[in-house]
Write a protein that binds this ligand. Structure first.
Ligand SMILES: O=c1ccn([C@@H]2O[C@H](COP(=O)(O)OP(=O)(O)O[C@H]3O[C@@H](CO)[C@H](O)[C@H]3O)[C@@H](O)[C@H]2O)c(=O)[nH]1
Ligand SMILES: [Mn+2]
Length: 372
């Protein structure tokens, strides 16, 4: 039996070790449904779009709220690396947090029910995923061996059963799946639920994405160990003024996976599910995505070819090396990647500035917010 972790013990809540980051352009009424699960946690709300707009937040939540004016004030010229008018802005919340773990969720995601009809505490499952080891180096055909009722199957090397540290927990979605625009256009009515499409039903599994394999990381239901992989969770230059959008989480996922592979850490995907309620406009999405759909055919082979030098022993060093390679290899594809590589370097500089001891003063001037 995998010793590291047994889910028989109650899952620690990590109230003081975890922040919930929400990017938003809307009122946050969705929090009412999450209240039983979120009310004890500190929220970091990143308000995108017009900073003069008032975002309504239900009573009783402990939060800090940052709008574009705050981002510009805190980061100064380095604010150029934080996207505007794209959910990529959420990564500012990762930077200003001081906690070990981050959970990020979109404001159109609600509490889903498992096949038994029980409400899913997505945060609890993410914490379970993060606190139990991953197995990136050898696939277990019963999936997560650390779950109750599962274990390592015959033939699984005993020397590998300790597993690896888990850096990322990638959750999934019922109802509206995270499709790209072309898929949305050809399947306007598809819903990820038992009723509509059995091939996309609730899959009761958590698995580690094998080392050397990339994956399309979606930012709408995502948790990670910020102290481990936070500096690589940059969601890129998207939205206003950029030739691309809705590839923020994808870019971060490719960078994160390459670095996790290099560092020997694991990335899990599967449970928990959330209920994704809103299909954004596929035509608007196509406009935002079209360069990404084209460029990714070059970008993915690039990431698959990356070997980080063994001298890169910190995530920051890995990330700066990656930025160099992006500029050198993808800069030929389009000048955008040269700008993006610069944004990657600025992100690390800003991260270091805010997360050094002096940087806490900047945080101390945090703006509007409500604390206990
Ligand atoms: O300009 C914007 C647009 C949106 N937001 C906030 O970001 C999330 C996601 O927005 P939304 O749910 O409207 O869009 P989706 O198409 O469902 O998002 C998918 O694409 C990814 C974005 O790249 C996202 O992670 C996926 O879920 C909401 O909280 C909006 O309020 C924003 O901040 N700025
Ligand atoms: Mn959505």
């Amino acid at each position: 039996m995998a010793q590291w972790y047994s889910s028989v013990k109650p899952t620690p809540m990590l109230k003081a070790e975890l922040d919930i980051v929400i990017p938003t352009i809307r009122n946050l009424d969705f929090l009412e449904m999450w209240r039983p699960f979120f009310e004890k946690y500190h929220l970091i709300i990143v308000q995108d779009g017009d900073p003069s707009k008032d975002i309504k937040i239900p009573e009783g939540f402990d939060y800090e709220l940052y709008n574009r004016d705050d981002i510009n004030r805190i980061l100064g010229p380095k604010a150029s690396c934080i996207s505007f008018k794209d959910s990529a802005c959420r990564c500012f919340g990762y930077m200003v947090s001081k906690k070990k773990y981050i959970y990020t969720i979109d404001d159109d995601c609600f509490v889903a029910k498992d096949p038994s009809g029980k409400e899913i505490n997505a945060l609890e499952q993410h914490i379970k995923n993060l606190l139990s080891p991953s197995i990136p180096h050898f696939f277990n055909t019963l999936y997560d061996p650390f779950r109750d009722g599962a274990d390592f199957v015959r033939g699984y090397p005993f020397s590998m059963r300790e597993g690896a540290t888990t850096a990322v927990s990638h959750g999934l979605w019922l109802n509206i799946p995270d499709y790209d625009a072309p898929t949305q256009l050809v399947k306007p009515l598809e819903r990820n639920s038992r009723k509509f499409d059995l091939s996309l039903r609730y899959v009761d599994a958590v698995m580690t994405i094998p080392k050397g394999t990339l994956f399309p990381m979606c930012g709408m239901n995502l948790a990670f160990d910020r102290e481990l992989i936070g500096p690589a969770m940059y969601f890129g230059l998207m939205g206003d003024g950029q030739p691309i959008g809705r590839y923020d989480d994808m870019w971060a996922g490719w960078c994160v996976k390459v670095i996790c592979d290099h560092m020997g850490w694991g990335v899990k995907t599967g449970l928990p599910y959330i209920w994704h309620s809103k299909a954004s406009n596929p035509f608007m999405n196509l406009k935002k995505e079209y360069n990404g759909i084209f460029w990714q055919e070059e970008a993915i082979p690039f990431f698959q070819s990356v070997t980080l030098p063994k001298e890169c022993t910190s995530v920051q060093q890995c990330y700066l090396e990656l930025a160099n390679l992006v500029k050198e290899k993808l800069g030929k594809l389009d000048p955008y990647f040269i700008k993006l590589a610069t944004g990657m370097v600025t992100w690390i500089e800003a991260w270091e500035e805010l997360n050094s001891t002096e940087g806490t003063e900047a945080k101390a001037k945090a703006p509007k917010g409500k604390n206990d």
